[in-house]
Design a binder for this molecule. Structure first.
Ligand SMILES: [Zn+2]
Length: 92
């Protein structure tokens, strides 16, 4: 017999966004419900974190995707249909 374990999470299981600084490895956790701005600079070492979208919006930065992701996550958490996200086997 072969057993397979699959791991799912519900959108509501996602409660925080954690940044990890590529320079000092400090981690900064922001609750999803309080996510209103992107961290552009590491509070610990002052190295850059997320990149910014330029003023003319010709080059999208990390901030654009982060805002879109959090906005979509909040919307999906309140849908009438219940969905779950499957995690890759390497994370189980
Ligand atoms: Zn840092």
């Amino acid at each position: 017999m072969t057993a397979e374990t699959r791991t799912f999470i519900a959108p509501s299981d996602i409660v925080g966004i954690e940044y990890e600084c590529g320079h000092c490895r400090a981690r900064h956790l922001v609750p999803v419900e309080r996510f209103d701005r992107v961290l552009y600079q590491c509070p610990n070492c002052r190295e850059g974190l997320a990149t910014a979208t330029d003023a003319s919006h010709t080059k999208r930065g990390d901030d654009s995707a982060l805002h879109q992701f959090v906005d979509a996550l909040k919307e999906i958490q309140n849908l009438s249909v219940k969905v779950r996200l499957e995690l890759s086997g390497g994370l189980a």
